[in-house]
Design a protein around this ligand. Structure first.
Ligand code: SAM
Length: 276
């Protein structure tokens, strides 16, 4: 089979840090394509040059995807081969490309995956959290109220949760997770994967939130957050938290009793307080 088929769309994963994390087939495909649709052409050029790829580039980003799609679909229907890349990792995973792939498939164009790096999967592969079932949640809402309400929706989720987070919100998000999921749930911060300062830290949410809040170095670079799902152990902790909360409430105001019961048992403070 030739590297690219005329009139097809190749969806090509590129590295998330280390520039050699790209497959030989991906490089051959990018060289052979008639055009590469890239999220940010200036960002991708150094990587392409490093791999001796001089295929013409067109921009396809979230602000022009609607308009750019028509032109690219027309080119493929006329027999040209298009390769889609994003700034890092797998296109469409918290990145542009969904509209293009959808339109291409609707037009009967063959879409070919060229698999490779994806930060969520790379993080899961070293987190040591249950990996048989997991949920990819992408980015949490940036505003606190919306973020907390999204986390609240996920509080009962039994599968491992995976989030992308920007470094300047990672401390806030961890604090909210501790509040909503309880401080005892196991969590992992995977930072700067495949890069010089790669760091993977796994500990209970209370400790991880405190560590990141107190260390500006842990608030740098690119981050994936993973949190273990709610399990039987979590339910037992909640029951214990409620028992302690009921005892403390006899002597203390509800907010203070919930705070102490959460700190003692690792149960989520919010659920103790709300249950009162
Ligand atoms: N398409 C990409 C993928 O397949 O992973 C994700 C693109 S999304 C716009 C960028 C986010 O992915 C970052 O904010 C961060 O949460 C995560 N990310 C990307 N590269 C990473 C890395 N080297 N280490 C940790 N997280 C990374």
């Amino acid at each position: 089979m030739s590297t690219v088929q005329p009139g097809s769309l190749s969806v090509v994963a590129t590295p998330i840090g280390h520039r050699d994390d790209i497959s030989a087939r991906a490089i051959a495909t990018l060289r052979a394509a008639d055009v590469i649709a890239a999220e940010d052409t200036r960002h991708s050029r150094p990587l392409l040059l490093h791999h001796n790829i001089d295929t013409p580039l067109v921009a396809l980003h979230e602000h022009n995807e609607r308009e750019a799609v028509d032109g690219l679909v027309r080119r493929m229907l006329a027999g040209q081969s298009v390769a889609l890349i994003s700034d890092a990792g797998t296109p469409l995973v918290s990145d542009p490309g969904f509209r293009l792939v959808r339109a291409a498939r609707a037009a009967g164009i063959r879409c070919v995956p060229l698999p490779g790096a994806c930060a969520a999967i790379a993080a899961l592969s070293v987190a040591g959290l249950p990996s048989d079932r997991f949920v990819f949640e992408g980015f949490l809402p940036p505003k606190a109220a919306a973020r907390r309400s999204r986390l609240q929706e996920l509080a009962g989720e039994p599968r491992t949760l995976i989030f992308y987070e920007s470094s300047h919100r990672v401390a806030e998000s961890l604090a909210d997770m501790r509040e909503v999921f309880g401080g005892a749930r196991e969590a992992v911060l995977a930072r700067e994967l495949t890069k010089m300062f790669e760091t993977v830290i796994g500990e209970p949410l209370a400790e991880l939130a405190a560590r990141v809040a107190g260390d500006p170095d842990q608030q740098r670079g690119e981050c994936v957050l993973l949190v273990t799902g709610r399990g039987e152990e979590t339910d037992a902790r909640l029951a214990e938290g409620q028992r302690i909360f009921a005892l403390l409430r006899e002597e203390l105001p509800p907010a203070k009793a919930a705070k102490l019961a959460a700190a003692i048992t690792g149960a989520p403070r919010k659920s103790l307080y709300e249950a009162s």
